[in-house]
Design a protein around this ligand. Sequence first.
Ligand SMILES: *Cc1c(COP(=O)(O)O)cnc(C)c1O
Length: 220
Amino acid sequence: MAIIKENISEACKRSNRRYEDINIIAVTKYVSCERAQEAVDAGVLHIGENRKEGLLNKRQALSDDKVIWHFIGSLQSRKVKDVIDHIDFLHSLDRLSLAEEINKRAKKTIRCFVQVNISGEESKHGLKESELEDFICRLKDFESIKVIGLMTMAPFTDNEQEIRQIFRRLKERQTYIQSKNWEHAPCTELSMGMSNDYQIAVEEGATYIRIGTALVGKDE
Ligand SMILES: *Cc1c(COP(=O)(O)O)cnc(C)c1O
């Protein structure tokens, strides 16, 4: 935790950003509830899970009502009813049918990131950049959904320039969507950066970084 905070702080200095503007999500999908609890006890405020079972288990086990819950994986529509009232943020909104289901089930407003597949890799979820504007425009009909930002995953590579370009393009899309001044889509946040690339993500404007292995490790 200390090393990660230090790295974030350095990245903020390099890019003239404020450390307080970066939210660290501890991704606990690889670890036990005990390990997740340790992270919370050490001061982690945001917990991220990518599956229904993991989310519900951790929610039940963790004793801290200040924890903020993030669903970061792709979400099947039929599972929406089981998870939606247990999360504060969804990082993977990528289709209208999912938005419809959320709107039908949610009892409160869900803060959503629209997931964008900037790299174009087939293995990745998310909208194409060209589909983004139309998609977000249509979300205005769903009163339970607030588009607070965009999310992407960079390719798994050592090529720092390639990663940086992906994050930059997401930032550009965010600026464009913000310029629309849509009430349902303030789009002030960027969810990008994982264990391997969070420093680059912070330099390029991330406000939520999702760190698993480097923060809480990985159980065998
Ligand atoms: C697993 C996961 C992470 C964290 O991965 P690490 O490389 O362990 O930091 C972040 N975001 C998403 C969407 C994930 O599925």
